[in-house]
Design a protein around this ligand. Structure first.
Ligand code: ADP
Length: 168
């Protein structure tokens, strides 16, 4: 489906466009869920001022994980990566805000936790690249694809009343 199929009002779609609001897909990986980091991670995105627009705890199967990581299918770590993602439930989320794709990646930190700055999620909570706690879309285009893959149902449409306190 395209996001146009969902019941977002024309006005809220227009407002989002004018304010250069983006959406990104964020997933807390099985290690993050098992380690009890869900609240901590959601808190970081909330406190920054981003809006939670979709959220579910879900276990995915091999073919779904392979689809999500299709771009990496030629990598030597691909099979291990798929095993990791299907090893337990994940928390799939849509976050919205100005520049949320790029800023979300900064909040997450570098792919390898060993190179992630302290203060980032991977820098604070990870050690190994194959257990790096969280995924975030790397572009607006991949966010669009990932949101359509993980949220085939239309996400709830709501507006935060905090908006004027976060945006000038
Ligand atoms: P990112 O998740 O930061 O966008 P990539 O798209 O390059 O990074 O890789 C996707 C995921 O694959 C990483 O988050 C990590 O879980 C895994 N990964 C990447 N490189 C390696 C590697 N060299 N060894 C094991 N796992 C890796």
């Amino acid at each position: 489906r395209s996001s146009d199929d969902c019941a977002e009002t024309e006005q809220s779609r227009q407002t989002r466009k004018e304010e250069k609001m983006e959406q990104t897909f964020i997933m807390i990986k099985p290690d993050g869920v098992q380690r009890g980091l869900v609240g901590e991670i959601i808190g970081r995105f909330e406190k920054k001022g981003f809006y939670l627009k979709g959220l579910k705890l879900i276990s995915v199967d091999r073919s779904f994980a392979e689809k999500h990581y299709a771009d990496l299918s030629a990598k030597p770590f691909f099979n291990g990566l798929v095993e990791y993602i299907i090893s337990g439930p994940v928390v799939a989320m849509i976050w919205e805000g100005k520049n949320v794709v790029t800023t979300g990646r900064k909040i997450i930190g570098a792919t390898n936790p060993a190179e992630s700055a302290p203060g980032t999620i991977r820098g604070d909570f990870g050690i190994d690249i194959g257990r790096n706690v969280i995924h975030g879309s790397d572009s607006v285009e991949s966010a669009r694809k990932e949101i359509a893959l993980w949220f085939p149902e239309c996400p709830v449409n709501w507006q935060s009343s905090l908006h004027p306190w976060i945006y000038e």
